[in-house]
Design a protein around this ligand. Sequence first.
Ligand SMILES: [Zn+2]
Length: 460
Amino acid sequence: MKKAFKYILLKHFLTVLGSFTILLFCFLTNKVNSTSIKNNEKNFPIERPLNLFNLEESADTIFNLVQKVGGKPVANIQKTRLKKNENLSSLLKRINFEPNHIIKIINSIKKLNKGPKILSSLPIGMIINYSNPSSLTGGALKLNYTKTRDIFVWQDVKNEYNSQVFLRPTRTEETLITGVINNNLYISALKSGIPENTLLEMISLLGFSIDFQREIRSGDSFEVLFTKKIDTLSNFIIETKPIKYVSMNLSGNKLNFFSYKDKFGLPQYYDENGKSSKRTIMKTPINGARLSSRYGNRKHPILGYTKMHRGLDFAAPSGTPVFAAGDGIIEKAGWYGSYGKYIKIRHTGTYKTAYAHLSGFHKNVRIGKRVLQGKIIGYVGTTGRSTGPHLHYEVIKNNIQVNPLKIKLPAGKNVSKENLVDYKNHIKSILNQKIALEKSNQNNVIAINNHNMSNKLIFN
Ligand SMILES: [Zn+2]
């Protein structure tokens, strides 16, 4: 009896110990898993699993989608776009679907997860491929609903309509683009295959160090490294990530910048020594404008006599956005005599900047409000005493206008001392990636050349 009691007690003890061990084990493995995922996120971008949200992969054509789902065969596939003031019903009517088919199609989409929301949020201009139903062929629609999702509607062999959301397959690619400038950076860079938003990023980050109007010569070269996400079906770039590395070679003078996350997790750019790419004030707070009048004495175009011009004039079409030249607080925003519509920003203790002859202010601009560098504050105009649309830009140091092109601007925040070792390692890994990409780019060129040669052989 006593023995039996002891046995039960032991058994209980073992059960408790067992469950505790299992719990501990679960806890530990869980912890190990989650840290390893975190590390992965940090070091390698994880490919999105294809079964995310349990969506199947889309296909490039309606025909292939019908094959995939085993629907009624389609023929004579056509293409249209959703027009303004149109919904799916009116669109279907326009492309000659019968009313009873339209009702069935709409009902089948309504049955999807968040179906009614999908129907009310179809984007204007969305491409729709379709096949009209007939006695022999099935009705089918492929809606390019978002960049990553297609909605497919098809008729099965029993003539019932079915709907399903498909995920467009994507892949991410590290990309290194190099190029030589033929008198214009913008055109040369676009020709070299840099996506436009990456180019704008590149220009705004280099804009602090390079005067694009005077410092660029033909033969100067550039390199840029970034990650892009590509739609595997269409081969279109659907997203680009912030630039990782950019380099400009200006008449042998090399400038390199690397992205590195600041304490808020935002990418900032620094040179190889950890010096910030940012200056506290931009020399040119506008994109693509021509410097039409410099700082100094000049004959005034309206008043006729010689007058000191205490700023820079940038000729640009009315409506061209004007940026805040630096972080600061709006001190003035309103009409200011011959300056017309005028904004003044107070930056650090010593610097202010002013923007005149504007056609209007950005809706967020209010006196006393904080603005960030590079944000739009207003638009070029010709208000006040002005002969044509231009931005009159002043840099004011200790309440006196100075020549914006001559001032030595203090830099933004550099990489902190405690992060410097980590930063240098980070640069090393980016440069290694660059070298690997250079090799694979070269291999691609060789492959293309070989391909061309073999083509020639065949055709000759
Ligand atoms: Zn001016």
